[in-house]
Design a protein around this ligand. Structure first.
Ligand SMILES: C[S@@+](CC[C@H](N)C(=O)[O-])C[C@H]1O[C@@H](n2cnc3c(N)ncnc32)[C@H](O)[C@@H]1O
Length: 430
């Protein structure tokens, strides 16, 4: 079992209570669905939930997702003909989201497949003798065995060489196919809340990698399969209206967004469960140049709400709540004190999380039209026996910011500890 920076172990799976895990209401339901399944992010939420909300939307709606992640909301909206803007702090997710929202030219699929075929044909001739570039990922040998890494690096180098001549979206799509191969050949498992390492001999996720004699050709053959998968996604969930992901900090959405009349918000903010998006996404981010060292990774996670990767944890050690920023939930101070008795840093983590979310909700009204309805999918947490009623605190924050008609609905039981559920918190801007 993995210990994290706070000294906790990954929670084991347990059987569920009466409100079962309902897998179709998680990211797993999205994995086979065209563009939605291009790259996985464990905390991505269910397309099913988003579509259900969107189906209630009337004409002239403009949707907002202030925590875009893999772009589930914006892609679902745009493919139903509803304009949507989204925000994310992570540049890799902004790139991914916007690529999914692209209305591609008719010839894109053919151009993509042809170019991929040429890249692999060149690789198979094995004329490149120079050692290719590999990203500076800490202990990279834990991720890939030597031949897979070399095959990936040669593939990556060939893909980037098309930059001068390929249509930019075609290069982006090749990079998506590359990311799919890269993660499938890595010795990692996604069985827990977030990624963990597997022993190399257990990790043969791809039958081809086990059965093909030439490990290089196996990686490149999988790449061609992945290009076909990505091409199929171009033809499904096709956006039909304007939709875009903006890079920025949703603690002040008005500083990022071009409009102030959004009618519906559908989002899943980071949960206060110490899941780090940077940690999970780092292999993609290093290969595609969004990260070059561990310090950068920690600094980016520090800007994210609820981030705790690398130096983000030590920065938390010197963080103090703003003097004027009380969290308006009656039991909040008691909850923080109770967590602090067990773990001071964890208590700060929770406190900072709600201070950040409070700032977001306070500023959200500025970009919404009057009567806008907000739907926040959130999960509660438990730390050392102290239950954190996240959904109730969100409801209190909305009420404190002047929102009305605040409701909480339980969606499903989560898959880890007892008492952990997912909820929709709804609120209306007056
Ligand atoms: C739970 S995930 C969203 C998942 C998304 N609904 C999906 O289906 O993929 C939360 C997202 O919030 C982003 N985030 C964290 N802090 C942020 C901030 N201050 N401003 C904007 N985005 C932020 C994270 O990068 C992450 O992508």
């Amino acid at each position: 079992m993995n210990k994290n920076l706070f000294g906790e172990t990954d929670a084991p799976n347990r059987t569920t209570g009466t409100l079962g895990r309902r897998e179709h209401l998680t990211f797993r339901g999205n994995l086979k669905k065209g563009r939605h399944g291009w790259l996985r992010l464990t905390p991505a939420y269910s397309l099913h939930i988003v579509r259900e909300i969107l189906e209630q939307c009337g004409p002239n709606e403009v949707v907002l997702d202030p925590f875009s992640g893999t772009g589930t909301t914006s892609l679902a909206s745009a493919s139903m003909g509803i304009p949507c803007h989204a925000v994310d702090i992570n540049p890799f997710l902004v790139w991914l989201g916007n690529l999914k929202l692209t209305i591609f030219d008719d010839g894109t699929t053919t151009a993509l497949q042809r170019l991929a075929g040429r890249i692999v044909a060149t690789l198979r001739r094995r004329t490149d003798s120079k050692q290719p570039w590999v990203p500076d990922i800490h202990k990279i040998e834990k991720w890939w065995d030597a031949s897979s890494l070399d095959a990936l690096a040669r593939l990556f180098e060939r893909i980037q060489k098309t930059r001068a001549t390929a249509e930019p979206h075609v290069l982006d799509l090749l990079n998506i196919a590359f990311c799919r191969v890269m993660i499938q050949t890595a010795h990692v498992s996604f069985a827990h809340q977030s990624m963990s390492f597997k022993k190399p001999r257990e990790s043969a996720q791809l039958p081809l990698l086990r059965t093909m004699e030439d490990p290089y050709d196996a990686v490149w053959t999988v790449f061609l399969d992945e290009v076909s998968h990505v091409s199929a996604g171009i033809e499904t969930d096709t956006p039909s209206v304007d939709a875009r992901v903006f890079q920025g900090d949703s603690r002040d959405p008005s500083a990022v967004l071009p409009r102030s009349d959004y009618t519906t918000v559908i989002t899943s903010p980071p949960y206060p469960n110490r899941m780090s998006y940077i940690r999970e996404l780092r292999p993609y981010m290093y290969w595609l140049g969004h990260l070059t060292n561990g310090r950068q990774a920690g600094e980016l996670d520090w800007q994210a709400i609820g981030g705790t990767w690398g130096c983000a944890t030590s920065m938390l050690g010197t963080w103090a709540p703003a003097s004027d920023s009380g969290v308006p939930f009656p039991k909040f101070d008691r909850i923080i004190a109770s967590i602090a008795e067990e773990h001071e840093l964890l208590a700060r983590y929770v406190h900072k999380y709600f201070e950040d979310i409070g700032q977001h909700i306070e500023n959200l009204g500025r970009v919404l039209c009057s009567g806008a309805r907000c739907h926040y999918i959130v999960g509660n947490s438990k730390f050392y026996g102290t239950l954190l009623p996240v959904e109730e605190i969100y409801a209190a924050l909305f009420e404190d910011a002047g929102f009305g008609d605040v409701t909480i609905e339980t969606i499903r039981k989560r898959n880890s500890k007892k008492e952990l559920y997912e909820y929709t918190v709804c609120a209306t801007r007056p």
